[in-house]
Ligand binder design. Structure first.
Ligand code: ADP
Length: 289
């Protein structure tokens, strides 16, 4: 049997970033400098890497980035005051608070405080509600990146059996909603799901976002399926890997995303795209709040 096509997320993301760059240049020429504010609190090393990548990508595409690195002991009130200040600053078009926050801080309260007009991560309840209804302008970056990959690869969703492993608010849930909006027939699996394999074997499109290395083995994949691995785990040697047994899955799947180089770069590209979109909407006075 033919080997699966490896979906090159890095390449697709680069194409997207080119168009983001052109948009940013156009806005600049019209006198608006698109700007993303990133808040990070504490010393989580993975968070620092993510924030750094976001900042570097902003620079590459011509988006101004502001970083607010707050100390571990920052209070909830200080954090909320910063969000309020950024909400009211017309030169800031997108605001995100890097997840996870130090334990004493309530992340949900921070997400809820970000103006829906500047909610480039799409975590605010109003934005989430719009995703549920199916009329959101700003879409959550990771699932939006997955949809973009499917589109790019010519993998059609209407009528397809889609199985999403994971039900987090950041990935699994919005992923399921977006596949549903695209006319897929969607099943969501989670930690209490009984007989996962029976369900995954039905999937034409399988999205894996459980954060468990080795969870998805080749015998759980329907021959020819599109397998999208969202997770970023580490293997025994500290190397990055997803949930899927990639090498074995290559012999079964029709198309598959690698980790790294799959969904990861798409997520950042969608964040850049959201920043441009929220900038355009604010410039035209179309307030999403
Ligand atoms: P992320 O933010 O990347 O989505 P989370 O850790 O918040 O990651 O969520 C992991 C999800 O994976 C949860 O919804 C959980 O129910 C699901 N999950 C964990 N273990 C299993 C399992 N063995 N089978 C199926 N789903 C699982």
């Amino acid at each position: 049997m033919a080997m699966a096509k490896i979906i090159d997320g890095k390449k697709i993301a680069e194409e997207l970033l080119k168009s983001v760059r052109a948009d940013a240049e156009k806005l600049n020429a019209e006198g608006t400098k698109p700007c993303l504010a990133v808040i990070i609190a504490g010393e989580n090393p993975a968070s620092k890497v993510y924030v750094r990548n976001k900042k570097l990508t902003c620079e590459r595409v011509g988006i101004r980035s502001l970083e607010f690195a707050l100390p571990e002991e920052t209070t909830q009130a200080e954090l909320l005051a910063l969000v309020e200040k950024l909400n009211n600053d017309p030169s800031v078009h997108g605001i995100l608070c890097q997840h996870p926050l130090p334990g004493h801080l309530d992340e949900r309260k921070v997400f809820d405080a970000i103006s829906p007009s500047k909610d480039v991560d799409a975590f605010h309840p109003i934005t989430v509600g719009r995703v549920v209804i199916g009329n959101a302008a700003l879409l959550p970056c990771t699932p939006a990146g997955v949809m973009e990959m499917l589109r790019h690869e010519g993998i059609s969703v209407p009528g397809k059996r889609c199985v999403v492993i994971g039900r987090s608010n950041i990935v699994g849930k919005p992923m399921a909603l977006m596949l549903l909006a695209a006319d897929g027939t969607v099943t969501v699996c989670h930690s209490k799901t009984v007989n996962l394999k029976e369900l995954t074997l039905q999937a034409d499109i399988l999205v894996c976002a459980a954060g468990i290395r080795g969870l998805v083995t080749a015998d759980m994949i329907k021959p020819g399926a599109a397998v999208i691995d969202v997770s970023i785990n580490r293997d025994g040697e500290g190397k990055l890997c997803g949930d899927v047994d990639f090498n074995a899955a290559l012999n079964v799947a029709g198309a598959i995303t690698p980790v790294p180089g799959g969904v990861g770069p798409m997520t950042i590209a969608m964040l850049m795209r959201n920043t441009i979109l929220s900038c355009k909407l604010q410039v035209t006075g179309c307030n999403l709040g």
